[in-house]
Design a protein around this ligand. Structure first.
Ligand code: NAD
Ligand code: UDX
Length: 480
C-alpha cells in the first residue's frame, strides 16, 4: 500500500488529500499539522473549513484510508510520498518585506523530513513557492540526511476557494515538474500514477521543475490581470455611460479571449492572487527585470484603486458625510461559498468606511463574528511601504456590529454595500428592506448582482460597479 503524508492541513492540504483518499482506496493518506485545534477539527463533526461537498468526501474516507494527526514525525517517517502544503505568506519584515515569499514554514518542514527520514522519499511541493525553491529544498534535504535519496517534485495546486472539491474532481490539468534524470522521472511516474486514478492522462502535464513552479505564479498572475483589466474598464464605463457587463460580454465572445474571469467587482481577494503576484514581482526584481516587475505590480495597484474608488463613491454619494450613519455590509468573505476572509476586499472597504466614522452592521452567512472583528482590527501590511506607519492596526469595535441576517443588517441603514456575491443576496425582499431604511436609501453593489432597474423603481439610489450612473449620482462631485 502506497503511504502518503501531507504536511499542512489547511485549505489546500485538507481537501486535496481527502480527494486523493476518496479516489485511491488503495492508498493510505495521513494529513499532519502543527496546529492541534485544526487537526481536532478535521477529526470532528465541524470541519475547520467550509467547502461545498468537502464534508461528504471526508466522511466517506476518514478512519478508512484518510487520517488527520498531530504526530508529524511518526507519519512523515513512514511515508513514501510527502506532500508539503504549508502556508507561504508574504514576508512582513527584513529583506524583500512586502513582496518576497516567507519560506519559514517550508524550511521547517524540509528540515523535519531530513531529520526523521530513514527510507527514500518523494517530496512534493504543493505550496505555491518562488521559482527555484526545489533547489533550496534539495540542498536542505541532502545536507541533513544520512545518504537517503530524496526526489523533489513540484505539483502546484490550482483549486479555487468555494469550488475546491469540484476543481479537484475535474481539474483542467494536473501539473508535475521533476528532475530530468532517471530517478526524477521515476518519481514523476509515481505521482502521475496517483492522479491517473481519476484524471485523464492527457490532462496530466509533466515539465521540468522550474516550469512547474513558475507556471503556478504565471497562472495566478494571468487570472488576476484579467480582473484588473475589466475593473480598469469599469471606471471608464462609469465615466462614459458604457455598461461593463455588456463590454465584458462582447469582449469575451472572442474565442481568443473567452468569457471567464471578466466579472467586474469591488476588487479581487483571496489568499493567493496578491501574494503570488508580489512574489513574482520580487523574483523579477531579483533577476534584474524591473520593467517586467512593474508590469505585474500594476495588476495589484489597479486592484487597490478599485477598492478605494468604491469607498470614495460611497462617501461622496452620501454628501461626503457618513459619520454615525448606519451602513449595512452584505458579505465579508472574499467570494461566495467560502468562509475564507484572507485578503477579502471587504476588509479594505470596511476600514475605509470606518475611517470616515460610519457605523457598520455586517452580515455574512459563513464568516463568524470573531473572524470579522479580528480582520478589522489586525495590522495590515502596506505592500508598497512595509515599514510605514499606515500599516498599523485599526481598531474601532464600537463602530461595528455583526448580525445574523441581512434584514437585521439593513434595518434603519442609510446605505447597503454588497461586497460578496452570495446567492441569497439576489433574492432578498428589497421592498421590505427599502421600507425599513431612511431616505434617500442607497445600494452600492460591489458585485453587480442586483437588478438595478427594479431597485430604482422601488426608490433606491443604486450604484453598481461599471454600470451607467444613477441620475442622482451623475451630478454629485466625486473623487473616484
Ligand atoms: P493554510 O494556512 O490554510 O494551511 C497551511 C497549514 O500548514 C496550517 O494549518 C499550518 O498550521 C500548517 N503548517 C505550517 N507549518 C507547518 C509545519 N512545519 N508542520 C506542519 N504543519 C505546518 O494555507 P493554504 O491556503 O492551505 O495554502 C497552502 C499553500 O497552498 C500556500 O502556499 C498557498 O499559496 C497554496 N495554495 C492555496 C490555495 C487556496 O485556495 N487556499 C490554492 C492553491 C495553492
Ligand atoms: C485563485 C485561482 O483561481 C486558483 O486557481 C488558485 O489555485 C488560487 O487562487 P481563489 O482565490 O480561491 O483561486 O478564487 P478565485 O475564484 O480565483 O477568485 C479570486 C478573487 O477574484 C475573488 O475575490 C473573486 O471574487 C474575484 N473575481 C473572480 C472577480 O472579481 N471577478 C472574476 O471575474 C473572477
Amino acid at each position: 500500500m502506497v503511504k502518503i503524508c501531507c504536511i499542512g492541513a489547511g485549505y489546500v492540504g485538507g481537501p486535496t488529500m481527502a480527494v486523493i483518499a476518496y479516489k485511491c482506496p488503495s492508498v493510505e493518506v495521513v494529513v499532519v499539522d502543527i496546529s492541534k485545534p485544526r487537526i481536532n477539527a478535521w477529526n470532528s463533526e465541524q470541519l475547520p473549513i467550509y467547502e461545498p461537498g468537502l464534508e461528504d468526501v471526508v466522511k466517506k474516507c476518514r478512519g478508512k484510508n484518510l487520517f488527520f494527526s498531530a504526530e508529524i514525525e511518526k507519519h512523515v517517517a513512514k511515508a513514501d510520498i510527502i506532500f508539503v502544503s504549508v502556508n507561504t505568506p508574504t514576508k512582513t519584515q527584513g529583506l524583500g518585506a512586502g513582496k518576497a515569499a516567507d519560506l519559514t514554514y517550508w524550511e521547517t518542514a524540509a528540515r523535519l523530513i531530513a531529520d526523521v527520514s530513514k527510507s527514500a522519499k518523494i517530496v512534493v511541493e504543493k505550496s505555491t513557492v518562488p521559482v527555484k525553491t526545489a533547489e533550496a529544498i534539495e540542498k536542505i534535504l541532502t545536507h541533513n540526511s544520512k545518504g537517503i535519496s530524496f526526489q523533489i517534485l513540484s505539483n502546484p495546486e490550482f483549486l479555487a476557494g468555494g469550488t475546491a472539491i469540484n476543481d479537484l474532481f475535474n481539474p483542467d490539468r494536473v501539473l508535475i515538474g521533476g528532475r530530468e534524470t532517471p530517478d526524477g522521472m521515476k518519481a514523476v511516474k509515481a505521482l502521475k500514477d496517483i492522479y491517473a486514478h481519476w484524471v485523464p492522462e492527457e490532462r496530466i502535464i509533466c515539465t521540468n521543475l522550474w516550469s512547474a513552479e513558475l507556471s503556478k505564479l504565471a497562472a495566478n498572475a494571468f487570472l488576476a490581470q484579467r480582473i484588473s483589466s475589466v475593473n480598469a474598464m469599469s471606471a471608464l464605463c462609469e465615466a462614459t455611460g458604457a455598461d461593463v457587463s455588456e463590454v465584458s460580454n462582447a469582449v469575451g465572445k472572442d474565442t481568443r479571449i473567452g468569457p471567464k474571469f471578466l466579472n467586474s467587482s469591488v476588487g479581487f481577494g483571496g489568499s493567493c492572487f496578491q501574494k503570488d503576484i508580489l512574489n513574482l514581482v520580487y523574483i523579477c526584481e531579483c533577476n534584474g527585470l524591473p520593467q517586467v516587475a512593474n508590469y505585474w505590480k500594476q495588476v495589484i495597484k489597479v486592484n487597490d484603486y478599485q477598492k478605494t474608488r468604491f469607498v470614495n463613491r460611497v462617501v461622496s454619494s452620501m454628501f461626503n458625510t457618513i459619520a454615525n450613519k448606519k451602513i449595512a455590509i452584505l458579505g465579508f468573505s472574499f467570494k461566495k461559498d467560502t468562509g475564507d476572509t484572507r485578503e477579502t476586499p471587504a476588509i479594505d472597504v470596511c476600514r475605509g468606511l470606518l475611517r470616515d466614522e460610519a457605523q457598520l452592521s455586517i452580515y455574512d452567512p459563513q464568516v463568524p463574528e470573531r473572524q470579522i472583528r479580528d480582520d478589522l482590527s489586525m495590522r495590515k501590511l502596506d505592500w508598497e511601504h512595509p515599514g510605514h506607519a499606515s500599516s498599523v492596526s485599526f481598531s474601532a469595535p464600537e463602530q461595528i456590529s455583526v448580525v445574523t441576517d441581512a434584514y437585521q443588517a439593513t434595518e434603519g441603514a442609510h446605505a447597503i454595500c454588497i461586497l460578496t456575491e452570495w446567492d441569497e443576496f439576489r433574492f432578498l425582499d428589497f421592498q421590505r428592506i427599502y421600507d425599513s431604511m431612511p431616505n434617500p436609501a442607497y445600494i452600492f453593489d460591489g458585485r453587480n448582482i442586483v437588478d438595478v432597474e427594479k431597485l430604482r423603481k422601488i426608490g433606491f439610489i443604486v450604484y453598481s460597479i461599471g454600470k451607467p450612473l444613477d441620475p442622482w449620482l451623475v451630478d454629485m462631485p466625486a473623487v473616484v
